[in-house]
Design a protein around this ligand. Sequence first.
Ligand code: PBG
Length: 324
Amino acid sequence: MYLQNRNRILRTTPAIRSMVAETILTPADFIAPLFIDEGENKTTEIASMPGYYRRSLDGTIQEVKELWSLGVKSVLLFIKCKDELKDNTGKEAWNENGLMQRSIMAIKSAVPEMYVMTDVALDPFSSYGHDGIVKDGEIVNDETVEALVKMSISHAAAGADMVAPSDMMDGRIGAIRQGLENHHFTNTGIMAYSAKYASCFYGPFRDALDSAPGFGDKKTYQMDYSNRIEAVKEALMDVEEGADIVMVKPGLPYLDIVREVKNAVRVPVSVYNISGEYAMIKAAAQRGWIDENKAILETLTSIKRAGGDLIATYFAKDAAKLLA
Ligand code: PBG
């Protein structure tokens, strides 16, 4: 047989395969989400996220040190708010002595180089478990945006490097940028959850923070998973309003959206490899149905290959160790 091209030549040995690999993962690609709890020396495994924990601040700081030593440059903070502090205004979200604000300060003083990102949305603080303020059963946009601005400013004041609004209200990126400017937080970035879909795969996360919506669902603000073009519209608007990074979320079932957004914008694109995606790999691995370590690296590489410049993932530490 005579062949002009033999594509297998570039697959012959590990050396040539690594020479021509188009996508190379590094720990600097990862953003490690952290769940923070009140208390001391407290570690709680999330039932639906085996091997993932909610920790009090002392343990969180150890975790941040370990992540930094493994080459992970960024953490994304979520806090579990006590029930008695939740209400419909979400005002605990901008309490300058709140758990989030104390966590930001403590982490920045323990590991100043770590790039600290913070979740901005009202759901962990809302008695209704919704990302915004509720009036007559509706999640009201403009009042929620005012709350998110206060929340973002309080995170910046505590020392956050970047705020990450995950709420999907209209106009919040522009309002947050303006709020940060007005308060002279000119070095604080915004990572916009631009294309965040109403997804069943958030279930385990809501267990972690006890933040499941008390009524209804999030379909009046998070996107309909039938839509693709709308994701591009959202991302372009967020860039125009001042987003430094735009995000697509979830990750794996939405890699087409990742590529679409990547081709449309001129800012870095992040992807959230979310709790349900973590749970699926863990569950299959626990049953011996897939090889967990291989599944982690293949998944994260596929997200980067699709166009994810940064990946928020519960596998950040495991993957960084595997890459070492
Ligand atoms: C809420 C928020 C959610 C996640 C991040 N921020 C859940 C939701 O929208 O209900 C999900 C992350 C994950 O599932 O890993 N603002």
